[in-house]
Design a protein around this ligand. Structure first.
Ligand code: DX5
Ligand code: ZN
Length: 218
């Protein structure tokens, strides 16, 4: 299995202190920062977009922004996110009928490619062709749209199905993940771990990051 990567979701942070919060996470052992971009169409909420990501990348040199694009037209934001310093552009399979052309556009801007599936989308929707063109597959373990929701156990088998098909691919889980749910995720084969409230609301973020990482690596 590929190496463990912890990607704290800044949605649970104090947006007024965003760059400081990102630095705190990196200092605490996080490899990536998970940036939840919501457009009010694909999901009801609106969070942040390219201008904010550009400030973060300027304020936190070397940051790896794992951009989770919960947007209705994924092809529309590729250039803006690339210009803002996005390192990985993860779009939802449910949001497009042309996933391969979205992937091509992301590659053309030298970002890594992620493909996400929501809880009601089966793992088989990720065809071999799509998976092979992507760097990372994201299995949502809550319905996309807001932080702090309850982990959906029924999504875990999809992680195992994808890990069996793609032994070397990065597989990310996102939603309700924390010390209580990491065992199931790690056992099923996910190696990229997103956690928002479990990390930011903890008295000691560094300790939570270390626990999540150790569980994936064992
Ligand atoms: C949900 C977002 C998640 C969320 C995770 O739509 O994609 O990244 O912020 O937050 P927690 O870990 O609190 O469920
Ligand atoms: Zn997310």
């Amino acid at each position: 299995m590929p190496r463990a990567i912890i990607s704290p979701s800044v949605l649970a942070s104090d947006f007024g202190q965003l760059t400081a919060e990102c630095k705190r996470m990196i200092k605490g052992g996080a490899e990536w920062l998970h940036m939840d971009v919501m457009d009010g169409h694909f999901v009801p909420n609106i969070t942040m977009g390219a201008p904010i990501l550009a400030c973060v990348s300027k304020g936190v040199p070397g940051i790896f922004m794992d951009c989770h694009m919960m947007v209705a037209e994924p092809e529309k934001w590729v250039n803006d996110i690339a210009d803002a310093g996005g390192a990985l552009y993860c779009f939802h399979l449910e949001a497009t009928s042309e996933p391969l052309s979205v992937i091509k556009a992301i590659r053309a801007r030298n970002m890594k490619v992620g493909v996400a599936i929501s809880p009601d989308t089966p793992s088989a929707a990720i065809t071999d062709e799509i998976a092979e063109a992507a760097d990372m597959l994201l299995v949502m373990t809550v319905y996309p749209g807001r932080g702090g929701q309850k982990f959906l156990d029924r999504c875990v088998p999809k992680v195992a199905e994808l890990r069996a098909r793609f032994p070397d691919k990065d597989i990310e889980v996102d939603g309700g993940v924390g010390p209580k749910t990491i065992d199931a995720c790690a056992h099923a084969g996910s190696n990229v771990i997103v956690a928002g409230t479990a990390i930011f609301n903890a008295p000691n973020a560094e300790e939570v990051i270390a626990t999540l990482k150790a569980t994936v690596n064992t």
